[in-house]
Write a protein that binds this ligand. Structure first.
Ligand code: DOR
Length: 311
């Protein structure tokens, strides 16, 4: 076995893989399954201040080359995840990440304050990119508002933390977002990317949208977004040498994980493929990535991380 260990903000992970927030992590029994799996870490479902039912079903479907979802942030409310974080056994080899997705800056402030007061060794990933709450645009696409949110939240968090970003498609946006992130020293990692927002999947036979919320519009994930995800990982890796990037998007095997790391990712999260395959996936990914590294003569992640060649 090659050495697949990594660290995020100095906290060690036994291997690079964990779930993307939203998948297999809303309830304690799912988090327990992640803990018992071969994942290198685990992250909870994005929490809002109050519990939420989310959007009407059907709201997730696998489609050719990926998935579409408009879950609408169903979650148990932040206190549930705070309690989970209080009970968590931090002597475990896997660190715990907590995802927060306040519906307003005021909600994010209240949730962050509660976690800071609890003084737990878990790490926060603040979600600036949910595409699925009707009437709530993605903060990550309003760069001024994101800067304003970070100016409030970063000093409150005090410790190293991360943000989950939407995919960007323009070089000017990579530059602007990196410029904002650079201003906040304890912003330690960027998780790139959330689903590609507001795709539409239509059934050919019935001529009907496949999911119910928002007239069928939902976030795209899985294999079809790999190249967008790789571009975002690499764009921020190049622009923010003092920060880390967690890659997510289009990983179905060790090969795509290898590409994410080559693009600069320090860890790799899995969404659609975990939803489809379940937590046994992590054992397969560890083996596949290890086999690739050994075949290429790489002993550790740092031997090739960020070393993608260009022509
Ligand atoms: O694709 C997503 N779906 N991204 C999020 O950030 C939230 C999630 C949901 O609950 O809709």
């Amino acid at each position: 076995m090659a050495d697949l260990s990594t660290n995020i903000a100095g906290v060690p992970l036994p291997n690079v893989f964990f779930n993307a927030s939203g998948v297999w992590c809303q309830h304690e029994h799912e988090l327990q399954a992640l803990l018992e799996s071969q994942s290198g870490s685990l992250i909870t479902k994005s929490a809002t201040f109050e519990p939420r039912e989310g959007n009407p079903s059907p709201r997730y479907l696998p489609i050719p080359n990926g998935s579409i979802n408009s879950m609408g942030l169903p979650n148990e409310g932040y206190e549930y995840y705070l309690n989970y974080a209080r009970k968590f056994d931090y002597s475990h080899t896997k660190p715990l990440f907590i995802s927060l997705s306040g519906l307003s800056l005021a909600d994010n402030v209240k949730m962050v304050e509660a976690f800071v007061a609890a003084d737990l060794p878990c790490m926060l990933e603040i979600n600036f990119s949910c595409p699925n709450v009707p009437g709530k645009p993605q903060l990550g696409y309003d760069i001024e508002a994101m800067d304003n949110a970070l100016a409030t939240l970063a000093p409150l968090v005090k410790k190293p933390f991360g943000i989950k970003l939407p995919p960007y498609f323009d070089i000017a946006h990579f530059d602007q977002v990196a410029g904002v992130c650079q201003k906040y020293d304890n912003l330690a990692f960027l998780t790139c990317v959330n689903s590609v927002g507001n795709g539409l999947a239509i059934d050919f036979e019935t001529e009907t949208a496949l999911i119910k919320p928002k007239d069928g519009f939902g976030g795209l994930g899985g294999a079809m977004i790999l190249n967008t995800a790789l571009a975002n990982v690499n764009a921020f890796h190049r622009r923010l040498p003092g920060k880390q990037v967690i890659g997510v998007g289009g990983v179905t095997s060790g090969k795509e994980a290898f590409l994410h790391i080559l693009a600069g990712a320090s860890a790799v999260q899995i969404g659609t493929q975990l939803k489809e395959e379940g937590p046994a996936l992590f054992e397969r990914l560890n083996k596949e990535l290890s086999d690739i590294m050994m075949a290429k003569g790489y002993n550790s992640i740092e031997d090739f991380r960020g070393k993608v060649k260009t022509l």
